[in-house]
Design a protein around this ligand. Structure first.
Ligand code: ITT
Length: 202
């Protein structure tokens, strides 16, 4: 039984692989399909982009395919960077460049107005054409300087209310317990398992 993780982001692969490791599901990723090219993310919402990625991957591999579209939503920036999180500082921007831009945009924003959340929408596309969606959010604040060494993306600048720590100060297991992606995965889990119990897709 195989599930394709439709993401080119190795950090997402790591987090999802840990979340799914308790279940009897074989995961394959982009490394197993070197000819697979991610489609352009032309949607205006996390949901649209997750669906574009999952359906394209499912068509290519013939396998049930799970895609994540995610990002950081900052109140004071009217929801930016949102669906443009990966390319906030420009096409092919590094995490470092995106974080620098975020710090610059938030330079004059006072403590009480630095609220933000991470959002993850997962889409599972099944070979028969069905799609299943789930969404998770984690609330916090944008820090004034980087904290912690773990995680990826905007983690060093995100303070997690629930943990009273920076996201990049959490271990992978702790992050999965509270993160947007962990929450979206747990919401999807039962439907995912139902599909894998019901089908032997080789
Ligand atoms: P795929 O589309 O191949 O999955 P991607 O990194 O381009 O990889 P997205 O388009 O969903 O994925 O962009 C997500 C961006 O949002 C990501 O590059 C980070 O900048 C940010 N992000 C999402 N989840 C995050 C997390 O858990 N921690 C920190 N930043 C995150």
């Amino acid at each position: 039984m195989k599930l394709f993780f439709a993401t080119a982001n190795q950090n997402k692969v790591k987090e999802l692989a840990a979340l799914i490791s308790d279940y009897d599901i074989d995961v394959v990723s982009a490394a197993d399909y070197p000819d697979f090219i991610s489609p352009p993310e032309t949607g205006e919402t996390f949901q649209e982009n997750a669906q574009i990625k999952a359906e394209c991957a499912c068509k290519f591999t013939g396998l049930p395919s799970l895609a994540d579209d995610s990002g950081l939503v900052v109140d004071a920036l009217k929801g930016a960077p949102g669906v443009y999180s990966a390319r906030y500082a420009g096409e092919n921007a590094t995490d470092e460049e995106n974080n620098e831009k975020l710090l610059a945009e938030m330079k004059d924003i006072p403590e009480e107005d630095r609220k933000a959340y991470f959002c993850s929408v997962l889409c599972l596309a099944l070979p028969k054409g069905e799609t299943v969606f789930s969404e998770g959010r984690v609330h916090g604040m944008i820090l004034k300087e980087r904290r912690g060494e773990n995680g990826f993306g905007y983690d060093p600048l995100f303070y997690v209310n629930e943990m009273d720590k920076g996201m990049a100060e959490l271990t992978l297991a702790e992050k999965n317990m509270v993160s947007h992606r962990g929450m979206a995965f747990r919401q999807m889990r039962d439907q995912l398992l139902r599909h894998f119990l019901a089908t032997d897709n080789g």
